[in-house]
Ligand binder design. Structure first.
Ligand code: ZN
Ligand code: ZN
Length: 430
C-alpha cells in the first residue's frame, strides 16, 4: 500500500478519517459530532489509540479486522448517511464476531439493529442485514487483531498471571494476524518462547502508583542488562498506567538487544459468551507498542516504556518487597497434568508497607481521616554510582512520601528502617 493510500485518523479526536479525491483531503465522518476542530490527519500506523467503532453495529470496542466484499455508501432508514463508505476491511466487535464465527447472520443483524436503535424499523433492519451479507458473502479467510482500541481497564489478579501469560504466548503462536505497524510479525515465535521462560511479576496498587510518579520524572536512562529483574519477564500492574493505559509489559533479552512489548487489557464489559470467546482466541492482553532496544539505549519520561523502566529501577533499588504468591491448587494440577513446573508469580509491593498493627504509627484523628484517597508526594531521581569501580551511574528515586487515610504521612525511608525485617503477612499471599 502506498503512503498516499494509508488509512488516516485525526490526532485530535482519534477518529478514522474519510479520504476524498486525489490529492487526498481528509474529512471527519459525517455522523461524528466534533467540537468543530479541523481534521489533523496522521497515519493510523503512528497512533497507539484510534477511536474506531464496529462496522457491523457501531460498538466502540472493535477487536478484529475482517476482509470481505467492497461495500460503499449505503444509507439506512430515514437517517441518510448513517452508514457510509466501508471498503473491504471491516472492524468487528467481539459480540458481532461471535455471531459471524457461529454463522448466525440473523443474530448479527438483530444485534446490530438493536445497537443502532433500529429495532422498531423492520425495513432498516433488513437493509442492515443486506449490507452485512454483501460484505460477508465475499469474506476472505483470516482476521487481524485490532490493537488500537482503548478498552476500559480489566483487573488482573496475581493468581491469574500464569493463565494470562499462557494465553498470550499461544496467541503469538497462532494464526491470527497482528497489525504490520507493530513490526513484530517476524518475531512472534521468539516472543512466545521468551514468555514461556518468563519470570512473572504482579505489581500491587501502591507500587504501581509509586512507579507512575517516578516514571513521570524519569531522566534519560540507558537500559543495561543489570537493570532487568530477569532475562525474560512478564510484568502486570494492578491498574493501568497513565497516560496510555499500559497494563503489562513483556521483555526478552536477545543477542541483538532487548525485545520489549507493552500491552493493554481487552474485553471489559462484554457479555459472558463473547467474553469467553475473546479469552479463548486472544486472552487478556493485546500488544500496543513493540520495540527492540539496543544495549545502553536511553529511555526517558516521554518514552512509552518509561513506566516499565521506572518499575525495574525501583525493584532494583530495594524499594520493593518481592514475595512469591502461592499458586492455586487447580492451576498447580493443570500444570502437573502437562508435566510443566508450576509457575511462580512474584508479587511486587512497597517494602515495609504491610505493618503489623502494633508497629503501625499512631494516626492522628480528624481531618486526615476524611481524605478519600492516598497520594504520593513525588520524590526525585538522583544518579548513583554503581558497578566496577563505581564507574557506572544509575538513577535512584529519592524520598517519595505517601499521604492518605490509612496512615499519617510516612516517608518511605522511615518505614524501611522501622521494618528492616518486614515480611509479608501470610494472608497477603494469594
Ligand atoms: Zn478530529
Ligand atoms: Zn459489533
Amino acid at each position: 500500500m502506498s503512503a498516499a493510500q494509508e488509512e488516516m485518523a485525526c490526532q485530535v479526536c482519534l477518529a478514522p478519517l474519510n479520504t476524498l479525491g486525489i490529492p487526498p483531503t481528509y474529512l471527519h465522518p459525517a455522523h461524528l459530532a466534533t467540537d468543530g476542530h479541523d481534521p489533523a490527519p496522521a497515519p493510523v500506523s503512528q497512533l497507539d489509540t484510534v477511536r474506531r467503532s464496529c462496522d457491523f453495529c457501531g460498538n466502540p470496542y472493535p477487536t478484529w479486522t475482517l476482509h470481505g466484499g467492497e461495500v460503499t455508501a449505503l444509507a439506512v432508514g430515514p437517517t441518510a448517511g448513517l452508514i457510509q463508505n466501508f471498503g473491504h476491511a471491516w472492524a468487528a466487535c467481539p459480540t458481532c464476531h461471535t455471531h459471524i464465527d457461529d454463522g448466525r447472520h440473523d443474530k448479527l443483524a438483530e444485534h446490530a439493529a438493536r445497537t443502532l436503535g433500529l429495532s422498531n424499523h423492520p425495513q432498516a433492519r433488513q437493509r442492515v442485514e443486506e449490507l452485512h451479507r454483501a460484505f460477508l458473502d465475499a469474506r476472505l479467510p483470516g482476521r487481524a487483531l485490532i490493537t488500537t482500541t482503548a478498552w476500559p481497564a480489566t483487573t488482573i489478579t496475581a493468581a491469574e498471571v500464569p493463565k494470562v501469560r499462557d494465553r498470550l504466548s499461544s496467541f503469538y503462536r497462532g494464526n491470527d494476524q497482528l497489525p504490520a505497524a507493530l513490526e513484530i510479525t517476524s518475531t512472534r515465535a521468539e516472543i512466545a518462547t521468551g514468555l514461556d521462560r518468563s519470570h512473572l511479576y504482579w505489581v500491587d496498587n501502591d507500587f504501581t502508583e509509586l512507579a507512575e510518579h517516578a516514571a513521570a520524572q524519569l531522566p534519560d536512562t540507558p537500559i543495561s542488562r543489570d537493570a532487568l529483574p530477569s532475562t525474560d519477564g512478564l510484568l502486570i500492574w494492578a491498574r493501568p498506567l497513565t497516560p496510555n493505559q499500559l497494563t503489562a509489559a513483556s521483555w526478552t533479552a536477545t543477542n541483538t538487544g532487548l525485545r520489549l512489548v507493552l500491552y493493554r487489557t481487552i474485553g471489559a464489559g462484554l457479555e459472558p459468551r463473547p467474553l469467553q470467546r475473546l479469552r479463548e482466541q486472544v486472552g487478556w492482553l493485546t500488544p500496543m507498542y513493540a520495540t527492540r532496544l539496543g544495549e545502553r539505549e536511553p529511555i526517558g519520561k516521554n518514552h512509552p516504556a518509561a513506566g516499565l523502566l521506572a518499575t525495574w529501577l525501583l525493584i532494583n533499588q530495594k524499594a520493593a518487597e518481592v514475595a512469591t504468591a502461592r499458586p492455586d491448587k487447580g492451576l498447580a494440577k493443570s500444570y502437573a497434568r502437562t508435566n510443566r513446573p508450576t509457575p511462580e508469580v512474584r508479587v511486587v509491593r512497597i517494602r515495609g508497607r504491610h505493618l503489623p498493627s502494633a508497629a503501625r504509627p499512631s494516626t492522628p484523628n480528624g481531618a486526615q481521616r476524611s481524605q478519600s484517597s492516598r497520594f504520593w508526594v513525588s520524590g526525585h531521581w538522583r544518579n548513583q554510582a554503581h558497578g566496577p569501580r563505581r564507574s557506572l551511574r544509575r538513577p535512584v528515586y529519592i524520598h517519595p512520601f505517601l499521604k492518605g487515610p490509612d496512615d499519617a504521612p510516612i516517608s518511605l525511608s522511615t518505614t524501611v528502617r522501622m521494618l528492616s525485617s518486614g515480611q509479608p503477612k501470610p494472608q497477603d499471599r494469594e
